[in-house]
Design a binder for this molecule. Sequence first.
Ligand code: AMP
Length: 402
Amino acid sequence: MAVRHVLVVNAGSSSLKFMLFDMANEQMLAKGQVERIGIGNSLFSYTNAAFSEKQSPCEAPDHTAAVQLVCNALIDPAKGACLKSLDEIDAVGHRVVHGGERFSGSVIVTPEVVDALTAMIPLAPLHNPAGLQGIAGCEKVLANAKHVAVFDTAFHQTMPEESYLYGLPKELHEKLGVRKYGFHGTSHKFVTQRAAEVLGKPLDEVNLVTCHLGNGSSITAVKGGKCWDTSMGMTPLAGVMMGTRSGDIDPAVVLYLLKNGYTAEQVDALMNKQGGVLALGGTGSSDMRDLCSAIVDGSEAAKTAMARLVHSYAMYVGGYVALLGHVDAIILTGGIGENSWETREAFLKAISGLGITFDAELNRKVRGVEATLSLADSKIPVIVLPTNEELMIARETFALLA
Ligand code: AMP
């Protein structure tokens, strides 16, 4: 089918972010979000070339109402009408966090796909129900459009057994799906494709370590353009330290806490919401801008948190360079990778043992743009590549339907 306009939808439990693309030239026509869905005092933000509103009060009792709000805005002449009619939306690309082992690529949403995603809810209890609500809302309001599910886990389905198996009895994998899945796949795939272009190499010949560093972070070993290993695990808690997530810890800590009177919910909150930079930085914040300000102000806790953070990055990069042998580039992306020069500087110093050298002056200036930070004598090039997960979802949707 001829696909031109693709709406990208990223549904959370109480939020719905969206972007509208014209795939004739990959131009973003509109974007925005509905916040506080189903909890009262809902807010609507919307921007296009001719109009902008931020956090206007709105009625969004459920995800269907939120999608209706978005669609009304897209055709509203008072809001710069991006489209004449909703029939111009040919397809909707839905971000879905967990595709399990069943989905190694994007799929057209059918009742069977919805059933499979529903069956997978135990693997992603916080995320997949929201994705399903977004799909249901869009199917009601945009019944004539094709709907495509794009999974955070799909890019990582090429991992071999030695990457994804845990050292546990196999029945846990076979009966309960206990294994490494990996996340941020859409971002790792986007920067992998862009890196191949920048490096002037065929995609299937490119070896990379891609570092998606943001509030949530993951590091991936890419061999021949495909994921070979990644730092997140069965859930997005594993791997490097993050804004509020502990990352890797001795799993026996969980048992120890449970035996010492903590409930499972408390341990979950400690590791997912109260850990990481928030726990160690002493600033009351998980944001790297606050951590970096505290370091300038002389906070020892903040210095320790930064050191611990980049130590955890370095452990993964070192391991993946050892596995890959030849690495064409280390890619930095995500809110921190693209913007936080202080974190990049500490990180690149932490991996200097790999023979990495970088232009410290240039690093201070780079914010949200493509740039090669490494010097000519660096053993491995280091490149900042801004990610664009929404565009990647639009591309996947377009490619599947075309
Ligand atoms: P993300 O989850 O990818 O949106 O990344 C969020 C993280 O990126 C936060 O820790 C922010 O502090 C960091 N970040 C975003 N923008 C900037 C910036 N301009 N300077 C420094 N850090 C930034």
